[in-house]
Design a protein around this ligand. Structure first.
Ligand SMILES: Cc1ncc(COP(=O)(O)O)c(C=O)c1O
Length: 418
């Protein structure tokens, strides 16, 4: 039902008339008037029958690729059983997911709350931190992206997203990313928590100094404040470990998850913490709620996702495949002196920083012509990020590298012709 997709121009017109006219115009200007018609594994197809390797991966959602059969099967089973719970009775898939997460989450993190997005996960994490500590201030980092709801936005470090909505939530203080001393100097008696992405995603795949998170962990423990790690993008195997915090040997007090948690099939976000911190909710257990949060379809999708991640050891795959892709890109860009400023990443979370911001959009379309989709980072348009499914094969990585080579060649001719 409703799967007979009309021609792209017709869909574009509806997008223009009923969704977002300015964005529709921008997409037409950028030559992006195609409709996604099919998706499977690492591939997506458009209405012209073009097939693309998905290196954008829904901004990191498709760790398992598109429509992983085990996740689809789990969701279908519950679709025919209880798609949305009545809310009055106990909801089995939600408990199963809570248990499975407790098994894999760092340290003694045990309890989880499920919402529908990464932003909601961050909102909950911030509220829990204030509730548990009874303090108000939250330290966040420059270039951070935690989402666009008011609380998450208050911790997001790019003015263009913030300014039109000011005044934001009071008590949020920005420090440079990667500078642990700045955090130490900013903490005062009213500080509740520090919120950090272990690797900044939308900031442009920014890796902190190796000892940064450990130092922050020590400082936060010493000063008695909470460390919230936003692993919405870095979590679920993306960086070569189940959670990026493992790479840096750090156990947060509160963790936020989203994106890949739903296996690329269902939207879900979560924030999780230790029994001690969670006890802040005890006096009023429904103080933080969500109508759709924890629904059977989303939670069972996440249960199946965790099982697949473990069965196929996807974090280890991300580590190895990420090395091949990163090394290949580094080698490749050397031949294009002056076009690429830097290539960096961990696992299959990779950023290619172009020399100029204006190079980002043409590179995206040249890559599309070569059958690879990517996008630039929201807080840093110079950086094209690659977050392919962790199930990508080595041959497909070779194809991606070949596409980059051809796209860079086109970029060079384009610049030479100006
Ligand atoms: C680190 C991080 N936190 C939070 C979010 C917000 O997630 P959502 O868009 O699902 O609300 C994002 C989205 O890109 C993110 O990268």
């Amino acid at each position: 039902m409703y799967t007979n997709i009309p021609p792209a121009d017709e869909v574009w017109q509806k997008y223009h008339d009923y969704i977002n006219p300015a964005l529709a115009d921008l997409m037409r200007y950028g030559g992006l008037v195609s409709v996604e018609t099919r998706a499977e594994g690492v591939y997506v197809w458009d209405d012209q029958g073009n097939k693309y390797i998905d290196c954008l991966g829904g901004y990191g959602v498709f760790a398992l690729g598109h429509r992983h059969p085990k996740v689809v099967e789990a969701v279908k089973s519950w679709l025919d059983k209880i798609p949305l719970s009545s809310k009055l009775f106990l909801n089995y898939p939600e408990t199963l997911l809570g248990e499975k997460l407790a098994e894999i989450l760092p340290g003694d993190i045990q309890y989880s709350f499920f919402g529908n997005s990464g932003s909601e996960a961050v909102e909950g994490a911030l509220k829990l931190a204030r509730m548990y500590t009874g303090k108000k201030k939250i330290i966040y980092t420059d270039g951070a992206y935690h989402g666009v709801t008011m609380g998450a936005l208050s911790a997001t470090g790019r003015d263009v997203y913030r300014q039109p909505f000011e005044p934001l939530v009071p008590g949020f203080i920005k420090v440079p990313f990667g500078d642990a001393d700045a955090i130490a100097h900013t903490i005062d008696e009213d500080t509740a928590a520090v919120i950090i992405e272990p690797i900044q995603g939308e900031g442009g795949i920014v890796l902190p100094p190796d000892d940064y998170l450990k130092k922050v962990r020590d400082i936060t423990k010493e000063k008695g404040i909470l460390l919230i790690l936003d692993e919405v993008q870095t979590g679920m195997g993306r960086t070569g470990a189940m959670f990026a915090s493992e790479l840096y040997g750090v156990e947060p007090d509160i963790i936020a998850l989203g994106k890949a948690l739903g296996g690329g099939v269902m939207p879900i976000g979560a924030f999780s913490s230790t029994p001690e911190i969670w006890s802040a909710f005890d006096p009023f257990p429904i103080i933080h709620e969500s109508t759709f949060g924890g629904n059977p379809l989303a939670t069972v999708a996440a249960v199946a996702t965790i099982d697949v991640m473990k069965e196929e050891d996807l974090p280890a795959q991300a580590k190895e495949k990420g090395k091949k892709l990163l090394d290949g890109l580094k080698e490749l860009v050397e031949a294009y002196d002056g076009f690429v400023a830097n290539v960096r990443g961990k696992g299959l979370m990779i950023g290619v920083e172009m020399a100029y911001e204006g190079y980002g959009i043409p590179m995206m379309s040249f890559l599309m012509e070569e059958g690879v989709i990517v996008a630039y980072a929201l807080n840093n348009p110079k950086v094209i990020r690659l977050e392919p499914p962790l199930i990508i094969s080595y041959e497909e990585i070779d194809k991606v590298l070949d596409a980059w080579n051809k796209a860079l060649k086109k970029m060079k001719s384009f610049v030479d012709s100006l």
